[in-house]
Design a binder for this molecule. Structure first.
Ligand SMILES: Cc1ncc(COP(=O)(O)O)c(C=O)c1O
Length: 383
């Protein structure tokens, strides 16, 4: 029996390799945001999510170290048993104050938070309507919930409107910034459609928090959508905030319910208190250091201007997609960039739809003008 099972696993791995879809983690020797060191070579890094350079900010590192000395390395239990410390409470309160949320709940990752949000809040009486390009954690959450699950074409408001006419009172799920394309929906249009049809809007703002809005409050704030129009929002601490973990924000009732029934929260070790201390420091810098956001947006504009002749997807976020089509092409370009000292991994199916393998270029406040010029020049020469 075991031999047969292992054979089937091996066949699946071989098939992935034949299709150029096998992924191998690369080990970084050193990371400073702008530059990564791999096998003793330095590369300009254009493929992280550390958009504001907070992962290596001295104040964040100090808070992490101090937190570990004060609280220990881990939380040692689930939040409802022994795992909650005062620093978890402080982080929750600061998030509420920053984002104007009634309540928030902390999760160990964005994947867990999204999965909990959909599987816990949606039951057999609900219909979930998801954008076609939703993150895997949202798709899995929808599949594993007992709600009826439908998808609409990416940012297709007419398609969403038709679905909402058939499924009034549905729960509509979209992202502030789509993780592989870097574009954003018109959240006012989505919110209006929801209100017209008695539907609820659930938002994943993993790549919008910190990057958009006053003090980095996120995509809904940037677009002038009021918090009350959003049923709940998931965002994480591992992207622009540079640390790890996530939260769901919503009304008291929504979060009280998640706290009682969200299995990913109840039956999982709480975030490490030291990590919470680091996130608090990171939020402080994110809010106070407007120069980080300004520099990031300058870098995005510079890149778009210099690369205007390249086949880029439309995006004003830190994520810039260069679609190449086949996985072989994406891998070959990634390899050429590596030879030129640029770290930019190829993104292939099933992360992106078949035939749309790409380079997902990410910009950061840490990049210098010369870095972006070199990237564009190398892309142009290699394409
Ligand atoms: C849009 C989106 N949602 C959720 C997640 C999951 O977040 P985490 O990496 O914290 O598990 C990611 C990260 O890959 C993401 O890009």
């Amino acid at each position: 029996m075991q031999t047969l099972k292992l054979q089937r696993l091996k066949q699946a791995l071989d098939a992935r390799a034949e299709q150029h879809l096998l992924r191998t983690p690369q080990t970084l020797q050193q990371y400073n945001g702008r530059v990564v060191t791999v096998a003793d070579n330095d590369y300009l890094n254009f493929c992280g999510n550390d958009y504001l350079g907070l992962a290596t900010a001295p104040q964040v590192l100090q808070a992490y170290a101090d937190g570990a000395l004060k609280y220990g390395a881990g939380s040692t239990g689930s939040p409802l048993v022994t795992g909650q410390h005062d620093v978890h409470q402080q982080l929750s309160e600061q998030l509420c104050e920053w984002l104007g949320a009634e309540r928030i709940l902390l999760f160990s990752s964005g994947f867990a938070a999204n999965h909990a949000m959909l599987t816990t809040l949606c039951d057999k009486h609900d219909t979930l309507l998801l954008d076609k390009l939703s993150h895997a954690s949202l798709i899995d959450g929808a599949l594993h919930s007992s709600a009826l699950f439908k998808r609409f074409a990416h940012n297709d408001y007419a398609g969403l409107s038709t679905l909402l006419q058939r499924h009034a009172g549905a729960m509509v799920v979209t992202e502030g910034v789509f993780s592989m394309d870097g574009d954003s929906p018109d959240l006012n249009t989505v919110s209006n459609l929801c209100q017209k049809n008695g539907a609820m809007l659930l938002l994943d703002d993993a790549h919008g928090l910190g990057v958009f809005g006053t003090e980095g409050r996120g995509t809904a704030a940037e677009q002038g959508v009021r918090r009350a129009e959003v049923f709940c929002t998931m965002a994480n601490f591992g992207k622009a905030l540079g640390v790890g973990g996530a939260f769901v924000a919503g009304s008291k009732t929504v979060i009280d319910y998640l706290e009682q029934f969200g299995r990913h929260y109840v039956y999982s070790t709480a975030l490490s208190p030291a990590l919470c201390a680091a996130v608090i420091a990171s939020i402080h810098l994110c809010r106070a250091d407007n120069w980080r956001r300004d520099k990031l947006h300058c870098n995005i504009s510079l890149f778009r201007r210099l690369a205007s002749d390249l086949p880029l997807l439309a995006s004003s976020s830190a994520i810039q997609g260069l679609v190449l089509g086949s996985s072989e092409k994406a891998l070959a370009l990634s390899q050429k960039l590596k030879t030129a000292g640029i770290w930019l991994s190829a993104i292939r199916p099933p992360t992106v739809p078949k035939g749309s393998a790409r380079l997902r270029i990410t910009l950061s406040a840490q990049h210098e003008e010369a870095d972006i010029k070199l990237l564009v020049q190398t892309l142009r020469q290699s394409l």
